[in-house]
Design a protein. Sequence first.
Length: 434
Amino acid sequence: MIPRYSRPEMVAIWSPETKFKIWFEIEAHACDAMADLGTIPRENADAVWKAKDVTFDVARIDEIEAVTKHDVIAFLTHLAEHVGSDEARFVHQGMTSSDVLDTCLNVQLVRASDILIADLVALLAALKRRAMEHKNTVRVGRSHGIHAEPTTMGLTFARFYAEMDRNLARLKAVREEIATGAISGAVGTFANIDPRVEEHVCAKLGLTPEPISTQVIPRDRHAMFFAVLGVIASSIENVAIEIRHMQRTEVLEGAEFFSMGQKGSSAMPHKKNPVLTENLTGLARLVRMSVIPAMENVALWHERDISHSSVERAIGPDSTITLDFALNRLTGVVDKMLIFPQNMLDNMNKFPGLVMSQRVLLALTQAGVSREAAYSMVQRNALKVWEDRVDFREELLADAEVVAALGVDGINEKFDMDYHTKHVDTIFKRVFGA
C-alpha cells in the first residue's frame, strides 16, 4: 500500500525483513524438532540459531534469487552464508517451499488480525461513548432518504456499534481459522519429515497443525479471512455514508471535525467537505477488491500450483494495511464528530408534525375505522403538508371526519415525541448489556 494510507506497525508485518525472520524461525524450530527426534545432529540444529539476531540482507537474497529464480532457495543460500555450509546442510530437510511460505503467511495474517482486533476495540469504544452521549438526542429517521419517524442519534451510533461488534466476533473467529501451519513436505504426506516436527514448529509460532495440507494449506481458510475483511470494510462504508449524508448542507445534523487551518476547497473558501468519510468509502472498495481473488485462489491444481501466490503477495499486505488505516481513521472521525441537535429538530419540523402519520393511522383503526378509510383520511391531510408546508396537526383538527373518530384530545395526544423514544433503554440494554 502507498504510505499515504499506511500505518507503521501493520506495514512492518509485511516487510521483507519480517518475512525472512519468520522463515528463519520456521527452519530453526524445525531443526530443533528433528534434532530432538534424532534425525539430524544436535550440533547442527544449534548452529542454525547462530543467525538468531541476524538482520538478513534483502539485497543479497534478491541477488541470489536473480540467479536461482527461487526465493526460498535464495534465502536458504543466504542463511548458509551466516551459519556455515556444513552446519546448515540439514536445514530444510524433508521440507518443501510451501511449508515455509504458507506457514509464514499465516503467521503474518494472525499478527495482522491482532492489530485489526485492537482497531475494532478502539472503534467500538468511540461508538459506545457517542451512543451514550446522544442516547436521547432526537432526530428524524429516514427511509429511501425521505423523512420517516423519529429516532435518536444515540440509536444511530448504537446500531453501528452492534454491527462492528459482530465484525469483531467474525474477525476473532477467522483469526482462529487462519492460525494453522504446515510442515508436511512434498504433496503433504510427511514421507520425508516426521509429523511431530510440524507440531513443534506450530506450537512455537502460536499455530495449530493443518489437519491435511497437500503441498499447501487449503485456501478456503484464506478466502474466509479476506471475505471477513471485506465485510468489515463494507461496515466502515456504512458508517461513512451516514456521516456524509448528515454533513450535506441541506441536512447538517452532523459533520467531520474541521481543524484550524484546514482548507475545504482550492476555489471556494467557504467549503467544509466530508473528505475523511469520502476517503473511507474509497478505501472500503480497495479492501473488498481482494475478496474475489481470494475466493478464486481456493481451486488449485492437484496437490499444488502457485496461481495463488502472486495474488496473496498483493492482497495480504494491501488489504490488512488498508483496513488498519481505515479503522483508525473512522475511530478518529467518530470520536471528534460534531453533532447539531438543533438542526435535527429543525429538520424534523420542516414538514410540521408529518412524522406522526402512522400514530394517527393506527389510532383511527383502533377507533373502528377500516384501515383503507383511515389511510385515506391521514394521507389527504399529509399531502397538504407536503405541498403547502402547513401544520399536520392543525389539518387533522380541521378535518371533521378525523375529529369525529378521535376527538381533539385524541389528536393532540398523538403528537407526543416521547412516544417514539420510550423503548430506547430497552434497545440500549440489548446492544450494550445492563
